[in-house]
Ligand binder design. Sequence first.
Ligand code: PLP
Length: 428
Amino acid sequence: MSDYRIGTKCIQSGWSPKNGEPRALPIYQSTTFKYESSDEMGALFDLEKSGWFYSRLQNPTCDYVAAKIADMEGGVAGQLTSSGQAANFYAIFNICESGDHFITSADIYGGTYNLFNVTMRKLGIECTFLGNDATPEEIQAAFKPNTKCIFGETISNPTVKIYDFEKWAEIAHKNGVPLIIDNTFATPVNCRPFEWGADIVTHSTTKYLDGHALSVGGCIVDSGNFDWSKYPEKFPGLTTPDESYHGLIYTEKFGKGAYITKSVSQLMRDLGSMQAPQNAFLINAGIETLQLRMQRHVENARKCADFLKESGHLAWINFSELEDDPYHALQQKYMPGGTCGVMCFGLKGDRATAVKFMDSLKMISIETHVADSKSCVLHPASHTHRQLSDEQLKEAGIQPDLIRFSVGIEEAEDIIADLDQALKATFG
Ligand SMILES: *Cc1c(COP(=O)(O)O)cnc(C)c1O
């Protein structure tokens, strides 16, 4: 891990060329790698030596970008995946198997909710959903003998609630399990969960890290802080011989690198959700401007939130930077420099009012995306959750009038002018 400040890491970490090598990160567009002798290649297959041999497992372009993100988070090792979904699946499946259980915040991205609630159950992995505001007693009561981790999001998508890291980390560690955090919305520029007790961090790099809505991708980073070997009966996949690698024991052979090495050499080998080197190259270019962009996203979002609040047309707004937001104290504690560009709000009126407002926007586009350079909105009741009635929406924790607004990095005056004309068109 380098000592540079975060904005410097965005640019300098990862690829560091030697004499005469390309200054920019090259795209290693190759499925495979050549060796001089059979023994050299054999040593790679035995995990005796590190190196590249087949891009389903590892590729230099992807590895340099993973190393950059790991350095930005303050972790010891990282791995890119094909999507944020794959990252969250691997992060949990690496330590949970059929018959196991984990505890998760219910205030999480809808795709992750389905992954946990439907697909992972089919694999025999159960989870308990708890609201972000669960008390320590409620969290403790959710523990079972087979509980293997706790999961949450730094800033929840779409409700933008702030996660109380210290509360959850303390209970996780008291029970001998790691805390896994999806840090997608905050990015390591605005929050580094390892500094607050998280053990593993995941990302959908599709969002701010890429920043331009160019490529879908994910990442997992290990802090190296969780001592798996202290709980051998709980994490046998890491602490007992892996027969698919001649009986090697990950914690003994790789120490702090055990978790990511297992995830690459077992899960990526068998499930193959690798990232394309082209996409890793795009993410890397995006990350170079991440700090600059996050500053602008935050600045623009603050101005838009103030404008919307003062318009008199809001029924409610979730944006933790506002002083009267219920999550303001947690925002001040964990992300005093700013959160991100995403907020959600409801207009006075009903589902139809939200639709009228969105259809009246000219520059701000209607998209199933968030967290990139272009301002956009989504109305879950009309889009991602359109099959649900108002009642069912509320059960899923989504207000029927909820508009998710992702503030881009255009000039704030133009974004506000668009909001203003759309509000006038809606309310007269
Ligand atoms: C988008 C998103 C995901 C899923 O990522 P994909 O790259 O779309 O697979 C996971 N977590 C959060 C918080 C997200 O916003």
